[in-house]
Design a protein around this ligand. Structure first.
Ligand SMILES: Cc1cc2nc3c(=O)[nH]c(=O)nc-3n(C[C@H](O)[C@H](O)[C@H](O)COP(=O)(O)O)c2cc1C
Length: 209
């Protein structure tokens, strides 16, 4: 049985475009994996703490030398990493907040991007430890950045690709909806993104409606 780990980060629950995109990706994934299981991690409903000094000490100290404090401080990271490792596919939804991902999603990555667990380092540099995972990334922006002068200020899309790649997740389907605050272009942009989602899944559907 396949598992999809869905991670939402928009502070809006009702009317959130990124959550709506993720709903559609989840629906299509379930059609393709009728026996599949979805695990939800809503970073707004259930906020994660930022990492502390003791978390970092725990990350970089061999387990046999851990203090009780370091063990406690890394316990949440252990749970999140285990959840991530057990998932076959990952679905992340993210709005653009102040040119980047929401801080709750950054707090999530700070918990799971961990040496010896999700990435390693050797004489050739960094390598990812999460292999054979597919990531679906649903990102939305109030404005339009692609192919405009604003593209250089978009730290959301490049960051998400980089951090997933850093952990070894290279098979990434990116669905980007721009212009959510511009009613003149929103419907057309939505149509294109939903069609792109349909193309990423093999099973036939009625397409976007
Ligand atoms: C705190 C905050 C910061 C935002 N910063 C930006 C931004 O830098 N650029 C942009 O194009 N839109 C920005 N927006 C607009 C959101 O990206 C847009 O409303 C998006 O649809 C929100 O995602 P959601 O619909 O999933 O809630 C911001 C919105 C909020 C609430």
């Amino acid at each position: 049985m396949k598992t999809l780990l869905r991670i939402d980060s928009s502070s809006r629950i009702e009317g959130s475009h990124s959550r709506a995109l993720a709903d559609y990706v989840e629906k299509r994934w379930k059609e393709e994996n009728p026996e599949g299981k979805v695990i939800f991690r809503d970073l707004v409903e259930s906020q994660l703490p930022h990492i502390h000094n003791s978390t970092i000490v725990g990350f970089y100290t061999p387990m046999e030398n851990w203090s009780e404090e370091a063990a406690e401080a890394t316990a949440l990271s252990d749970v999140l990493i285990s959840e991530l490792k057990n998932a076959d596919a990952l679905l992340i939804s993210s709005p653009l907040y102040n040119l980047n991902i929401p801080s709750n999603l950054k707090a999530y990555f700070d918990q799971v991007v961990r040496i010896g667990h999700t990435f390693g380092i050797d004489e050739n540099g960094y390598f990812g430890l999460l292999e054979n995972k597919t990531a679906y990334v649903a990102i939305v922006k109030g404005g339009v950045y692609k192919d405009t002068v604003m593209e250089q200020y978009d730290f959301q899309e490049p960051y998400l690709k980089a951090i997933l790649g850093h952990m070894g997740i290279r098979q990434t389907h990116l669905f980007s909806l721009e212009g959510t605050t511009d009613t003149d272009i929103l419907e057309q942009n939505k149509k294109q993104v939903y069609e792109l989602i349909d193309k990423s899944f093999k099973t036939k559907t009625d397409a976007y409606h």
